[in-house]
Design a protein around this ligand. Sequence first.
Ligand SMILES: Nc1ncnc2c1ncn2[C@@H]1O[C@H](COP(=O)(O)OP(=O)(O)OP(=O)(O)O)[C@@H](O)[C@H]1O
Length: 210
Amino acid sequence: MLTVSRLTCSRDERVLFRDLSFQLQAGEMMQIEGPNGAGKTTLLRMLAGLSQPEEGEISWQNVAIHRQRDLFNQQLLYLGHHPGVKSVLTPFENLAFYMAVQGGGEQDAIWDALAQVDLVGFEDVPVAQLSAGQQRRVALARLWLTRAPLWILDEPLTAIDKSGVAKLVALFYRHVEAGGMILLTTHQDLDTQAGKLRKLRLPGDGVAVC
Ligand SMILES: Nc1ncnc2c1ncn2[C@@H]1O[C@H](COP(=O)(O)OP(=O)(O)OP(=O)(O)O)[C@@H](O)[C@H]1O
């Protein structure tokens, strides 16, 4: 369970959110909504432990995340705006590296992940030579490899074509149905399984609405 207690954040003297509190339980997916500049990325980075809140606390399984940094990082998959893959390596090498960091696994799993994101045939091409959408797909392929229960995904559907989006959204719902947790931002409509998606709106004026 991820617990957010009374988080406050301002940028350039503008309050993005104030006293923000919520819990995300196993089996839940929450979409952070709001206009450009409302603070969605800022909030997700904070929840991933990449920046500190001015006030408030973030806990994972009832322990503050800054007190269990390594454990929290093992339980988390964070995908930010940038693909976060090494551009001189190939898709296969990037995913093999990710598997090794996770503690190893079968090569078949890498081929399966490459197939899921339609990159079979491009596995040996340096990432720098792939299109923007393909580079994004290399990063997203980690979702098929990870064992982390908590996914924090900033605009995961950006630059992805229609069939890719459908596959990803199906994976998101499978992950939460299996007891995982997802916090994500997207400007796309995810209401394919209404009732299973919680929403948090950041209007950008400091008053968030759950
Ligand atoms: N490192 C920073 N220093 C100063 N201001 C920042 C910093 N990062 C973000 N901001 C400001 O904080 C506000 C919120 O930015 P953020 O990227 O969180 O918005 P967002 O809701 O994710 O927007 P978008 O939908 O455009 O991605 C913006 O006004 C931005 O200029």
